[in-house]
Design a protein around this ligand. Sequence first.
Ligand SMILES: C[S@@+](CC[C@H](N)C(=O)[O-])C[C@H]1O[C@@H](n2cnc3c(N)ncnc32)[C@H](O)[C@@H]1O
Length: 274
Amino acid sequence: MPKYNLDSKELAEKYDELSESQLDNGKKLIERLGIANGQSVLDIGAGTGRLAFHVLEQIGPRGRLIGIDPLPERISIAVKNNRFPNAHFQVASAEDLSFIPSDSIDSVYLNAVFHWVPDKKKALEEIQRVLKPGGKVALTTGARELAHTACFRVVTDHVLSRKPYSSVVKLDEYVTARLGVTSTQLVELLLEAGLNVANIEIVSRRRRFSTGAQIVDFLESSTFGNYLSHVPLELRDQAREDIVAEFENRRTEDGIDFRTYTIFAIAEKKSSTP
Ligand SMILES: C[S@@+](CC[C@H](N)C(=O)[O-])C[C@H]1O[C@@H](n2cnc3c(N)ncnc32)[C@H](O)[C@@H]1O
């Protein structure tokens, strides 16, 4: 389970600054979702609101957007940066959307969020409930069956399987290790929630960073402090340094870059209940 009390103002600010590659994926997801002018939209796990601001440009002044996130520091940045009167940001989790009426939302999206949600079944039931008939949900998430290709985790595990970490760190306690889903499990979950799966694909792209320290900053801020929580406190600074050095070893003249594989899924609420 992720801990939600490890976040800080600094981590939230860092995420806002370093989340360009998540934003790029998010924009591609929104393109696939096909959000139209005037729609009502729910951004689940909105973080600091960068993708929501992009969506608000698309729905125009007649649309409305609700952005939720369980982390108060992230929501507070979204509120501070928001210039749109038709946007509302609040602290809440995917599993409890009780403040949103049933059949009221045209489009829901979760960008780089679903692997974090502890109760995925409940979250999808709630999404199904708040969507209008024919409304859509879109999400991006890592594919669990491709965990061995997930470069950030592979490099981290590589360092933590060496001394002095190997005897005290359990690699499968990496925070999202047990939370992620395979693409087949995702299809099953969407179907079980009563949604029609319109499209599911695994998208490959390159992500480039300028330094190893920037990658570790990104990992710490995007996991809201959970990244090295499985490493004993007294070894964490040293682990951070060793991981930075390991990423630096992979530098080419263009910087440090990796190929990543992300599930993009779109599902739809049935138009009428059978
Ligand atoms: C990597 S960030 C992605 C933020 C944003 N969607 C983006 O595209 O930049 C993951 C976000 O998921 C949120 N999150 C974690 N557990 C959640 C839950 N149960 N319900 C909703 N959001 C959750 C975190 O608080 C965090 O802001």
